[in-house]
Design a protein around this ligand. Structure first.
Ligand SMILES: CC(C)(COP(=O)(O)OP(=O)(O)OC[C@H]1O[C@@H](n2cnc3c(N)ncnc32)[C@H](O)[C@@H]1OP(=O)(O)O)[C@@H](O)C(=O)NCCC(=O)NCCS
Length: 314
């Protein structure tokens, strides 16, 4: 099967198939865990029973008719592509976005790719002296993302499939309340959907990172924490109380000047993170919390939200 056939059968642009082919080359992929070990592994990765059942139903057994040659090619080469960048920390797409409504093989192809890399990345963690609890807390973001994807009626996976390659390459660690992404000179902070963002929890996570990175990545020298997020938009101060966790989080950062298009479209991202829908019309979005009312009122009045970048010294 040539790359044009693969792209036609997958229904994706040939350039995306060529990209996977180019980046993966003939490098090794990683074997999937044994089917018998998968339920315990999914449980460890915080995958909820409904998602785990789907993943098991679509398992890429050698004789599974759902796994056509083009899907097997993509799973194998996509895992090889991600594995080839083990230790990397930049955003990386594992391959083309696939339709989500063609059954579990299509829907969860990149989940199987992630599962194949669990052994590879935990070995990388061990080589860096990183203890099991941090490995598993980090990798359990898979279950969280699958649950959110379900809540979002499968609208959000295109971002998540790239996001999860950070975890699978050892580029990101969940230390208490925050996720910390390795980088050039700054550790980039991410905020998982995991309850309130209290200042105490943030302080504890930052303290943990201050010890973690010099110990486990002694060749990397970090001088700052950084963050890019809708959460850093100062316009939120017009709506949220001064003592809200988001405003208190904002106050830690010195913002870089706003540059339009420097990051994702914040009008979309606020919908993702505060409503978990990208397609519900503005006038049908819920108005249950101060933040939700702020977002809807601001957009209804013709305003826009901004994706802002900030940092503060370690
Ligand atoms: C970041 C986060 C934990 C902050 O939540 P928090 O600690 O409750 O924040 P605040 O104290 O500032 O909340 C102020 C108000 O906004 C509401 N609010 C905050 N985040 C909300 C969210 N994601 N969705 C809906 N309402 C939210 C709170 O309920 C509160 O309103 P209320 O007083 O009417 O109940 C939360 O927004 C969240 O889980 N977001 C998803 C992950 C995310 O956005 N990550 C960043 C990606 S770039």
């Amino acid at each position: 099967m040539d790359l044009h056939d693969i792209s036609a059968r997958l229904g994706v642009p040939v350039e995306e198939v060529e990209r996977v082919h180019r980046l993966a080359g003939d490098r090794p992929s990683a074997p999937l865990p044994a089917r018998a070990d998968a339920p315990a592994l999914l449980d460890r990765l915080a995958v909820r029973p409904d998602d785990a059942a789907e993943i098991m139903a679509g398992w890429p057994d050698p004789d599974s008719p759902s796994w056509t040659p083009e899907l097997r090619w993509l799973l194998d080469r996509s895992s090889a592509l991600v594995r080839a960048d083990l230790g990397g920390y930049d955003w990386l797409s594992p391959g083309p976005e696939l339709p989500r409504d063609r059954g579990p093989a299509w829907r969860h192809l990149y989940v199987y790719g992630f599962l194949a890399l669990v052994d590879v990345v935990t070995e990388f963690h061990r080589e860096h002296g990183i203890a099991g609890p941090v490995s598993w807390a980090t990798l359990a973001d898979l279950g969280r993302n699958l649950a959110i994807d379900r809540r979002m009626d499968r609208e959000g996976w295109a971002v998540m499939q790239s996001w999860l390659t950070l975890h699978a390459r050892g580029g990101l660690y969940e230390l208490g309340r925050l996720q910390h992404q390795r980088g050039g000179e700054a550790i980039d902070l991410h905020i998982p959907d995991a309850g309130p963002l209290t200042p105490e929890a943030v302080d504890a996570s930052l303290d943990e990172a201050r010890e973690f990175f010099p110990r486990h990545f002694p060749d990397e020298h970090y001088t700052a924490f950084s963050c890019g997020s809708w959460l850093l938009d100062p316009q939120l101060r017009d709506y949220l109380p001064e003592d809200s966790n988001i405003i208190r989080f904002q106050r830690r950062f010195v913002l870089q000047p706003y540059v339009a298009q420097d990051g994702p479209d914040a009008d979309v991202e606020v919908r993702r993170f505060a409503f978990r829908t990208l397609s519900t019309p503005l006038d049908q979005l819920p108005r249950r919390t101060v933040l939700q009312r702020a977002i809807v009122d601001h957009l209804t009045a013709g305003g826009h939200w901004h994706w802002r970048h900030g940092r503060f010294p370690i």
